[in-house]
Design a protein around this ligand. Sequence first.
Ligand SMILES: *Cc1c(COP(=O)(O)O)cnc(C)c1O
Length: 372
Amino acid sequence: MKIPFLSLKEVNRPYEDEIRKAINRVIDSGWYLKGEEVASFEQEFSDYIGVNHTIGVGNGLDALRIILRSYMEMGIMQEGDEVIAPAHTFIASILAITDNHLKPVLVEPDINTYNIDPDLIEEKITDRTKAIMIVHLYGSNAYTEKIGQLCEKYDLKLIEDAAQAHGAYYKSKRIGSLGDAAGFSFYPGKNLGALGDAGAICTNDTELAEICRALGNYGSEKKYVNSYKGLNSRLDEIQASILRVKLKGLDSDNQKRREVAKYYLNNIQNEHLILPKLSASALTAKEHVWHLFVLRANKRADIMNYLKESGIQTSIHYPIPPHLQIGYSELNYLSLPLAEKISEEVFSIPICQSIIKQEYRQVAELLSEYMP
Ligand SMILES: *Cc1c(COP(=O)(O)O)cnc(C)c1O
């Protein structure tokens, strides 16, 4: 049996007919940008997340870039100001900060949640700190009350990188509605994925929303009148029409991921592996949408190889932390032992809404039988 890490074809199969209809509707409309599909998706996503504004943009990185850029246009941040961010994250979180000539101040993860350690944030706050960016990594909520309190105490913006956590909750609120602004990605492999690049910004801040919308459209609110030096980053009508179809199935897709995760948590038994540690309350409260199922092992290469020989594909999220990347030579001097340890030990096993029980049972059995 061959089990791919992720089969997008299988993920999209249940939606195929509706997606084709949606695309045809757009083709027939003769209107491909800034039209009704985008407006409808923005409204539907706002309702789903529980915010006043959604602004469709070209991708998830742009969503985060544009949020920060808007705060600079508003005079809330200046070049050289600091943004606190997790040391263990996908590179795009950090790219959004440095692209705006802001300074990422990296904070070690909590070894149990892999998200930013809320207890290590306050010591990093300086006069130049303007925002905290939390990343809901692997699909699990990173927000804590302590983080909210720090933002109030020091008057910081709270930005969510929600690119991996569409539909997850913190208590009764959806991720993406917890801070001042959130960036989503609809990259095909995300829990809510388009058939190409796409992204969105969510916020309750009307002024911010207007500036973000202008910035994604050359900096223009009115055609040929430019309030800002903007960029071109827009969600297109075809992707929006596809996202409208798939948004309707997101909660049930996430529920399927939770079932797979629960099976793995209950059935992978091997002292050489560290499984995700999650409080029972976080599990039932749907704080996790399992974008990825990440394990840790001292000798991960051996295990990944063993699975590969049995036809099971795995992956690593992520093998090099941002501060050790060649492109970030200015951060290479940093020592962040936990982020580094995690990057050396993690590996991800197949999880998605289309994986069938026979497959995930096989993965769990093989992992339980594994002996170094
Ligand atoms: C995917 C991702 C992004 C970037 O999204 P793109 O649409 O690929 O630009 C940003 N942050 C995180 C955590 C992601 O996983």
